[in-house]
Design a protein around this ligand. Structure first.
Ligand SMILES: NC(=O)c1ccc[n+]([C@@H]2O[C@H](COP(=O)([O-])OP(=O)(O)OC[C@H]3O[C@@H](n4cnc5c(N)ncnc54)[C@H](OP(=O)(O)O)[C@@H]3O)[C@@H](O)[C@H]2O)c1
Length: 338
């Protein structure tokens, strides 16, 4: 039975990936692992999935990608439960939202109103946030925790063919907000800048191809998929009344009236590229797989070149290898069964 591990799968795009895999015709019996930091939310998601797909195998593993110890515990737990992993969706992601940027809203609406709604210009991001391991919070959550998880699960993914006939796949959930301008080698974890999210997603784009080169010999491919603009819990920390409704209304207008396909809006449409990247017979790590939707909401995948820079990718992998080996000796508690 093919096994897919999905991080951040209790809601939004991650939960939609799980749904799509379970409803997939080509693979009748999929085992889905919801790797989530909040196990009660994950248990709720599991119940929902089992109501829809009573025959499915859905498990929960506790994973906080911002904590090295948690990643290691989760990897031990996953390896104990499953002999083989066929797909790893590196989907969990967050932005450390510190508030609304009124200046950014005015500037964005006045200069590039459509691009504004595809960006995070309206938001102020927290600076100076580090994890207990001393890593930049957004970098750790969106990138490094997954990098470590891949390293810890690679043995369980390696082989010529996975249980469903393809090579094993690592699929990162990237973002169109990935920004070279926001990335600095001197502060690559973006602790001090105001755009840690955009920088972290830029790193995802840069490391995918070198990671693929590294993993390919072991029968694992590594690609980036991008969900488009989605109405999810992503802005959940902002308690502005009616904001989710307003955002959804603008997104629907931009898609149905202006025909802008990047506004996928529903998590189900947004998950199409991730699932395609995991299930397609062949993938190319130089391509970024984008979810798109027609005016009426039919989802499809657009393949565009991934703008990777070899020296940046190698710089980042070498930094993360060094971090991983420094943090590898850290003692951890045994995993708790869920
Ligand atoms: N929304 C968009 O328009 C958009 C656009 C481009 C890319 N993306 C990317 O799509 C992915 C999914 O986001 P979404 O839109 O589905 O947002 P979402 O509904 O907020 O889901 C994010 C998921 O990530 C989890 N997560 C956050 N920090 C975590 C951590 N430290 N450890 C483990 N899990 C963590 C969340 O868990 P909790 O429920 O516990 O918080 C949640 O399950 C993210 O990588 C995001 O960057 C989203």
């Amino acid at each position: 039975m093919p096994v897919a591990v999905i991080t951040g799968a209790n809601c939004g795009v991650g939960l939609a990936i799980a749904r799509r895999l379970l409803s997939s015709d080509c693979i009748p019996s999929f085992s889905v692992v919801l790797a989530c930091r909040n196990t009660s939310k994950a248990a709720g998601a599991r119940t929902l999935l089992l109501e829809e797909y009573p025959q499915a195998t859905v498990d929960v593993v506790e994973l906080d990608t911002s904590s090295v110890a948690s990643v290691k515990r989760a990897a031990i737990d996953i390896r104990k439960r499953y002999q083989r992993i066929d797909m790893l969706f590196c989907n969990a992601g967050a932005m450390a939202i510190a508030g609304i940027d009124v200046g950014g809203i005015v500037r964005g609406l006045a200069t590039q109103p459509v691009a504004f709604f595809e960006s995070s210009q309206a938001l102020r991001q927290a600076r100076g946030q580090v994890t207990g391991d001393g890593l930049g919070l957004t970098f750790a959550t969106n990138v490094f925790g997954h990098f470590l998880l891949i390293a810890q699960l690679a043995d369980a993914m390696a082989s010529d063919k996975s249980s469903f006939g393809n090579e094993a796949r690592v699929v990162w959930t990237g973002s169109a907000t990935a920004s070279r301008q926001q990335f600095r080698r001197s502060d690559y974890q973006h602790v001090w800048g105001g755009a840690a999210y955009e920088s972290s997603k830029f790193i995802v784009d840069q490391i995918a191809e070198p990671l693929d080169r590294r993993l390919r010999a072991r029968g694992i491919r590594c690609v980036v998929a991008e969900p488009g603009n989605v109405c999810s819990n992503f802005l959940g920390s902002l308690t502005v009344p009616l904001l989710p409704l307003l955002v959804a209304a603008v997104f629907y207008l931009l898609r149905t009236v202006a025909g802008i396909s990047r506004f996928t809006i529903t998590p189900d449409c947004a998950a199409v590229a991730c699932c395609h990247a995991a299930l397609a017979p062949a993938v190319d790590p130089r391509i970024k797989y984008h979810s798109r939707a027609t005016r009426l909401g039919t989802s499809y995948v657009e393949e565009l070149p991934l703008r990777g820079c070899k020296s940046t990718g190698e710089f980042l992998l070498s930094r993360m290898d060094a971090l991983a080996s420094t943090l590898a000796d850290q003692q951890i508690d045994q995993p708790t069964a869920i």
